[in-house]
Design a protein around this ligand. Structure first.
Ligand code: F0G
Length: 450
């Protein structure tokens, strides 16, 4: 059987190179630590061939639309559907996919009203196969891991990366090694890694300690690292922005607001937007803003205290455990995105996160705590006048509500921030009753009055 071409006729495949984000060094291959051999900074994927053969926006927009009706496995993926702007595969069957992407864009009318903006959307990446945005990057990086012949893949994680990596490794016939901080990730996420067959190590350190150890490990052992330092991850995560714009009929929103942890996702979204702008898919750029938890605010401090020139690391602490990161690897890429799109960087308190999460939940959407920083951050940005009352806003919800049930249950039972009056009306504690009709009717009547 002849291999299936991965691009449509008339669209040239994207040949790529590894480019250092600091010194611009350009190479065909990268070493296992994904660092520049000249200056040790991070790499990104670049497409020098686009200079000569720029992909045509008109052709691609219609190709991508057509693929939505296709029954081919590769077209069913909301990541590989946009493969013309991703590193090329020789053969469509190489893709390790779980039909990721294709995530919904929801309107949030009540959250819009509370925040004081006319149009508010949530791009819900928590609706991916393993429940987080990591899947869109993992499909690309796992594909290239398998293509390079690796038997083992590995990551350090606050939970979602490990769940996603374990699933894609299993689908791709590879083994996976997970390094997570002991006692600091949710059981839901840990249970996913176990079920998908990962070798799971709970290390007595934090996320930053796990990542440091992983970087040393990949220099010693033949394992392929799948953290977002791996630039293939960010290529896949770019498709969030492409799919979002397609869902908006290529009408560019004024603002996109993203949670910030290790800062891979904000970097990927920004890279996609800058590429789409350069290739004339869009005429203007949305402002990409990054929101962090106050207790894990390395990027906020890097900008405020060092003008974005050097990283200010912090000892990280937050109940939004997905973003409990004090030494973000992709900080330079994120600073570049903020500077080139004109976005803001803000921090929000633990109470603000809990409140925003309950408000998103009350719209029937739900998300994990780390995702809710976006709505809490939007409130702040509106108050500061950075987001104007006539501007459109998209929040990127990164993880599913079911990723961290302990947080949600503690919140509604009143065990999280007890006594905080601002949260009172949002709590919906379960009630234990005798199994009588009277008791249920009384509860119904009481709830009807509140
Ligand atoms: N939201 C969720 C739900 C996450 O899991 C993460 C990161 C982020 C936001 C932050 O994204 O790191 O690209 O800035 N989770 C990682 C993990 C680090 O290991 O699962 P980022």
């Amino acid at each position: 059987m002849s291999p299936l071409p991965t691009s449509s006729p008339g669209v040239r495949p994207s040949e790529f190179r590894f480019r250092c984000i600091s010194c611009g060094d350009l190479r065909e291959t990268a070493s296992q630590d994904f660092r520049c051999p000249q200056c040790a900074d991070l790499l990104e994927i670049s497409y020098p061939s686009w200079k000569q053969f720029a992909p045509s926006p008109q052709n691609l927009k219609s190709t991508w639309r057509d693929r939505r009706l296709s029954s081919k496995a590769i077209d069913r993926s909301g990541v590989w559907r946009f493969r013309d702007l991703l590193p090329t595969l020789e053969d469509a069957s190489q893709a390790v996919s779980l039909q990721e992407g294709n995530t919904p864009l929801y309107e949030l009318p009540e959250c819009a009203r509370i925040s004081g903006v006319p149009g508010l959307f949530a791009k819900h990446q928590g609706m991916n196969p393993t429940g987080s945005f990591k899947d869109s990057g993992m499909t690309v990086a796992a594909t290239f891991a398998r293509r390079a012949g690796f038997r083992w893949v590995a990551c350090a994680s606050t939970g979602n990366t490990s769940a996603s990596m374990a699933a894609y490794a299993a689908r791709g016939g590879m083994r996976s090694l997970v390094l997570v901080p002991e006692g600091k990730i949710s059981w839901s996420k840990l249970s996913q890694a176990l079920d998908y067959g990962a070798v799971t190590c709970q290390l007595r350190t934090d996320f930053d300690g796990c990542l440091k150890l992983l970087q040393e490990l990949v220099r010693r052992a033949p394992v392929y690292q799948l953290n977002s330092i791996n630039p293939f991850r960010l290529e896949g995560q770019k498709t969030l922005a492409i799919e979002l714009l397609e869902q908006l009929d290529w009408e560019v929103p004024d603002h996109i607001i993203v949670p910030g942890g290790n800062l891979g996702n904000s970097s990927a979204i920004g890279k996609a937007l800058l590429e789409l702008h350069e290739l004339a898919f869009i005429k203007r750029l949305p402002k990409v803003s990054v929101i962090q938890a106050e207790g894990a605010n390395a990027l906020v401090r890097t900008l405020r205290e060092a003008g974005g020139k050097s990283l200010v690391s912090v000892p990280a602490e937050t109940r939004a455990t997905a973003i409990r990161i004090g030494n973000p690897a992709s900080w330079k890429k994120a600073v570049h995105v903020l500077e080139s799109t004109g976005g803001a960087c803000e921090q929000v308190t633990e109470v603000e996160i809990a409140q925003a999460k309950a408000e998103i939940g009350a719209e029937g959407i739900g998300c994990e705590p780390a995702s809710a920083v976006t709505l809490a951050g939007l409130r702040k940005l509106v108050k500061q006048g950075f987001v104007k009352s006539n501007e459109s806003v998209v929040l990127v919800l990164t993880g599913n509500l079911l990723k961290d049930p302990d947080f949600t249950i503690d919140f509604h039972r009143g065990e999280l921030f007890p006594g905080d009056e601002s949260l009172k009306n949002l709590r919906r504690p379960p009630v234990v009753l005798d199994a009588t009709l009277d008791a249920v009717i009384r509860t119904l009547e009481k709830a009807g009055k509140s």
